[in-house]
Write a new protein. Sequence first.
Length: 306
Amino acid sequence: MPVNSLAAAVNTPARKIAYPSAIATNLGNLTMTDQPILVIGATGKTGSRVAARLEAKGLPVRRGARGARIPFDWEEPSTWTAALDGASSAYVTYFPDLAFPGAVEKVEALCAAAKTAGLERLVLLSGRGEHHARLGEDVVRASGLDFTLVRAAWFAQNFSEGYLRDPILSGVLPMPGGDVGEPIIDVDDIADVAVAALIEDGHSGALYEVTGPRLLSFADMAGILSMALGRSIQHIPITFDDFHSNIAETGGHFVADVFTAIARETLDGRNAHLTDGVQRALGRPPRDFADFANSAAQKGMWTDAA
C-alpha cells in the first residue's frame, strides 16, 4: 500500500526557456530541456515533491490534475493527449493504487499515448511486493519508451500526511501484520530518485527498489514516534478483518477490499529485507525513519492545527 492518495494540479505550457548560466552550472550533467515535464499526481505525496524539486532547478513542469487548465484525469482518457502534448517526459503515479481494477490497462493505454506524443522518458512509481504493481511495471517495460521504475516500500509520510495521521494524534497505531519488519521509506527519498531518473543520464531501463535503511515492526515505529512526539504512541495489533472494517467506515467496502488485499499481500514477510535502490540512484544512503519522525514533529505535523 505504499502508493496512495495521489492526485494532480496545474500545468505549464511548452515554451522556450532561456536558462541562466548559474542554473546551467548548478545542474551539471542533467538532461536540459525547454519542454515541460509532466507530473501525474502532482498534489500527492511524491508528485508534489517531484514537481517542487524540478521547479527549484529551473525546469518547466506541467502539473497533471483534473482541475488543471490542461487537465489530466485517469478516468477521462480524452484528457491525456493534451496533457502529454509537447512534454519531454513524465512522472507517473496511479491514483489510488495500481491494484485497483483497470489500473494496469490504463497505464498501458497511457504509455501508448505517450509514445504517440513523442515523450522521451517515463518514470513509473510502483509498490513493493504487489502483484498488480509488477504487472504495471511490465506494461511500461514493453511500451517501447525509455523508462525507469521506482518500486517503493511503505511511505513514512503515511504517518504524518496520510491515513495514519489521525490515529497518531489519538496516541495509537492500529495496524495488522504482527511483528513483520518493514523497511519504511521517506517520501523525500522517493522524490529525489524520481527527479534523478527524469533529468539525469544513466537511469534508462533501471529498476530502483527503494527502502529505508533498516527493518522496523509497527511496534518499533510506534516507539520511535513516541520519542519524537514526547508522548506515548501505542501500537495496537489488529486483524486484517479489523483493518478492513476501519477502512470501510470511511472509504466504503470496495476500497476496503482492495487495500486490505494489498495489506495482506505486502505484510506477509515478503518485503522484510533491505534493498539498495536509493544508494544506486543517488549515491547516498536512504533517510532513517527516526530522522523523518523528528523532522515531522518539529514541523508540527502532529498538532491539531496541522
